[in-house]
Ligand binder design. Structure first.
Ligand SMILES: [Zn+2]
Length: 326
């Protein structure tokens, strides 16, 4: 453990050798409570996927703000805050989703007990440390390179009762409750929620980019969460936050491409759209023809939008949150 004078305590959770020298380290930054028994302990995790950088930037914003607060108003810390800004350092260094060399998805290694590989060992250490240190966890993700997402929290249906009230405190545009699937069982969110540690999975923006406006919005949401849970006790009035659109499994419509071509979008993420309005066109660049004019199938809010223009038949173009359950 190091630090202290800046109000920040740095813990090395696990360390391994880099083949060419130096170390691969999983770091936790801790802001302790003024109480012997903290009111609540909240942890923020980022960078499980090495090409998702919005969360890493959010951790920077959180650490910078909390450091200043610790220096000026230490009594505000009635609870404890932990920040894990870069939990998959090798993947972050190479800008890839997967841990390079092993080509492993660290967020599909959670709950894995026997795999001796380094990504699985880091995953185990992270889960163990979060379990010891947290009452609530927020796990930051960004979208892939194809689809841009409005700031949202995704909740697996079986955990909805506990998580919806917490998610509503986070200044998100959307809270999406979706059914479980076997693929989620090896994720951090699923494993911690199963261990009764409420864990919110944030999805936003697009990978390999930082959408500053979305990050600022989510940052305000995280400060709001810290205040509403009593972790931070501040006298200033609570700022107003967004009331998220709560969507259940049957309230999502996926719009897919009917042709291979270039998708030329005509709608803005976050827009309230109406059935029959134009989402965009798919064009054939070789012949100079419009292959398809894509329209919205229903009224709703556009919360996922394709950014990568190249499409094949069936490629996702958009998701809308439906106003009415169909
Ligand atoms: Zn991710």
């Amino acid at each position: 453990m190091q630090g202290g004078e800046s109000g920040l305590k740095t813990h090395k959770i696990i360390s391994s050798e880099n083949p060419l020298g130096g170390a691969i380290e999983l770091i936790r930054q801790t802001f302790t409570s003024v109480r012997d028994k903290p009111v609540k302990r909240i942890s923020f995790v980022a960078g499980l996927h090495g090409d998702e950088l919005e969360g890493v930037y959010l951790c920077h914003l959180l650490i910078a703000t909390l450091r200043q607060l610790k220096a000026t108003r230490p009594q505000a810390f009635q609870g404890e805050v932990h920040v894990y800004p870069a939990v998959n350092p090798e993947a972050l260094g190479s800008g890839t989703r997967l841990w390079p060399f092993f080509s492993m998805d660290m967020n599909r290694k959670m709950g894995e007990k026997t795999d001796p590989s380094l990504p699985a060992e880091f995953a185990r250490s992270l889960v163990e440390d979060l379990q010891i240190s947290s009452d609530i966890v927020v796990d930051f993700h960004a979208s892939n390179l194809h689809l841009k997402e409005l700031p949202q929290i995704r909740i697996i249906e079986e955990f909805d009762k506990k998580l919806i009230p917490l998610a509503a405190l986070c200044n998100m545009n959307v809270v999406w409750v979706h059914p479980s699937a076997p693929v989620f069982e090896s994720t951090l969110g699923y494993n911690l929620n199963r261990k009764k540690i409420p864990t919110l999975v944030v999805e936003t923006g697009i990978c390999l980019r930082i959408h500053q406006e979305y990050c600022e919005q989510i940052f305000q949401g995280m400060i709001h969460l810290l205040r509403q849970t009593g972790v931070l006790d501040l006298v200033d009035p609570l700022p107003k936050i967004k009331q998220p659109l709560l969507i259940h499994p049957k309230q999502v419509a996926l719009v897919q491409a009917g042709h291979a071509g270039l998708f030329i979008g005509n709608a803005a993420l976050g827009a309230h759209v109406q059935k029959g309005e134009t989402l965009g066109t798919i064009v054939d660049a070789l012949k100079g023809e419009v292959l398809e004019t894509v329209t919205f199938p229903a009224d709703g809010v556009l919360f996922t939008l394709r950014e990568q223009p190249v499409t094949y038949q069936g490629a996702p173009l958009a998701r809308i949150a439906l106003k009415e359950i169909r």
